[in-house]
Write a protein that binds this ligand. Structure first.
Ligand code: SF4
Length: 456
């Protein structure tokens, strides 16, 4: 069995399963957020009754993160709906925007978009916050009402996005009927060269198979090249499995996974036990791809979909209006450090927005010092508009007052993960997906630029 099949067989209490089987799978965690949470709660109440209780209060994680820092009253109200439900169900894992459990959330535009408006429990973008808060464990099944839930596959678990109806059902029963996906195999070899990042790996893979090339399939990443990839790198890759249509992305378990998960579960007091899955000899794959990491170059996915692969050095004719770094894919601490390395002591020439994925990342950047300055200050000095309001922000457009949103037909280079028309706002805008290093170099020139030009 493949890694995915092994986890699903275990979750279905079966000794074996294979691609194409329809099986009932037990959920270890159900995650939802402000956009889909109210709908999921509605389905749950409709189907299980007004007074129904969730199947396991310790397994439901609620993370408002999408449309938070906006004056849009309906978006603000969604956070209040989540809070009411959490109070009613006495759920321990709610990462509220405000500290008062009886309060109401309202973003104050008068304070501006840059300065922190959240309380002490707020966790930021769900996919980045789930591992930070100790909710991702090897061998488990994680369902989330968000397509990039597949990011947690970096931790050797089966993680996938589901709709509100399925999530309402999981909320009531802790189970879901799933078709076991076929697995595509990506063997990673060699090591990345300077200026090339994990984002380039996944953009390269999606370019090979197309934005629908993995529809309802698992993407398994393994091989000797994985050892040189950090946990952040692996999450970047697993996150974008869905950008090829994948059901999930998955990595092998190793010492790095163990160290990260053990530390996070312990420091957050979450469940500490887990059982990873290892590779079998009899894995059956529907696709075999080998990627020599040392041969990869800074890569870009051009408008209008994540499969439109090009090399940054061949796209310098494309002029840009804006640069954006943020999201679950590209807004992690390591992403900002690489971004800052390119921008240090220079100045951007186009509007450039920076949105850390979580408050913890804001803290990292405001405390990490390079010489006299914090990394945060280095970015400000380079002309980047940095917000402390960690969240999804303009990654998926959002209400018109969303920080960094494309409100006009602009061309934007972005460290995010999705670039279908209208994704970041205006339906005639164009988004070019790239690594944080490529976004930084491009912000310095105003055209798509290979970051290796800026590495000493
Ligand atoms: S940052 Fe973007 S991709 Fe990630 S959860 Fe938010 S909207 Fe989705």
């Amino acid at each position: 069995m493949t890694l995915t099949e092994k986890i699903l067989a275990r979750a279905a209490a079966k000794s074996r399963t294979q691609a194409g089987d329809n099986i009932w799978v037990k959920a270890d965690i159900l995650m939802t957020h402000d956009v889909c949470g109210p709908g999921t709660i509605g389905v749950f109440k409709r189907e299980f009754g007004k007074n129904a209780k969730v199947w396991d209060r310790n397994k439901v994680v609620i993370m408002p993160d999408h449309y938070i820092f906006t004056a849009d009253s309906k978006s603000n109200r969604n956070v209040d709906i989540l809070r009411d439900f959490v109070n009613e169900q006495e759920l321990p894992y709610f990462y509220d925007v405000i500290d008062d459990p009886k309060g109401h959330w309202a973003f104050d535009p008068g304070k501006g978009p840059l300065h922190r408006q959240y309380g002490s429990r707020y966790a930021g973008v769900c996919h980045t916050a789930l591992p930070q808060k100790g909710h991702t464990r090897p061998g488990e099944v994680l369902f989330g009402t968000d397509s990039h839930t597949c990011m947690a596959g970096a931790f050797n678990e089966f993680a996938t996005g589901i709709g509100n109806t399925d999530a309402g059902f999981v909320m009531g029963t802790g189970r879901l009927l799933l078709k076991v996906p076929e697995t595509m195999h990506f063997r990673l070899e060699g090591q990345l060269r300077p200026g090339v990042m994990a984002k380039d790996i996944i953009l390269h893979c999606i370019g090979d198979i197309g934005f629908d090339g993995a529809t309802y399939r698992a993407l398994q990443f393994d091989g000797p090249g994985v050892a040189g990839l950090s946990i952040d790198d692996r999450t970047t890759i697993a996150n974008m499995a869905i950008e090829a249509g994948g059901k999930n992305g998955i990595f092998e378990f190793d010492a790095q996974t163990q160290a990260f998960v053990d530390h996070r579960c312990k420091s957050n007091g979450t469940k500490a036990s887990y059982e990873p899955v290892e590779r079998d000899r009899d894995e059956k794959f529907v696709y075999e791809g080998a990627v020599d990491l040392s041969r990869l170059e800074p890569t870009v996915a051009c408008h209008p979909d994540p499969g439109q692969r090009g090399l940054a050095r061949e796209l310098s004719h494309i002029k840009l209006d804006r640069a954006y770094i943020g999201s679950c894919t590209g807004g992690k601490t390591s992403d900002f450090l690489e971004f800052a390395r390119v921008l240090r002591n220079q100045r951007v020439v186009i509007d450039t927005f920076g949105v850390p994925a979580t408050p913890e990342i804001v803290q990292d950047l405001q405390s990490a010092r390079w010489g006299e300055k914090t990394v945060w200050q280095i970015l400000l000095d380079a002309g980047v508009q940095m917000t402390e309001n960690a969240g999804c922000a303009a990654c998926l457009g959002g209400p018109v007052d969303t920080f960094g949103r494309l409100n006009a037909p602009l061309k934007c280079i972005s460290a995010t993960n999705r670039n279908f028309p209208g994704r970041m706002g205006h339906k005639e805008s164009q988004v070019f997906l790239a690594s944080p290093a490529t976004v930084a170099a491009s912000a310095l020139t105003g055209r798509i630029t290979d970051p290796r030009e800026y590495l000493s």
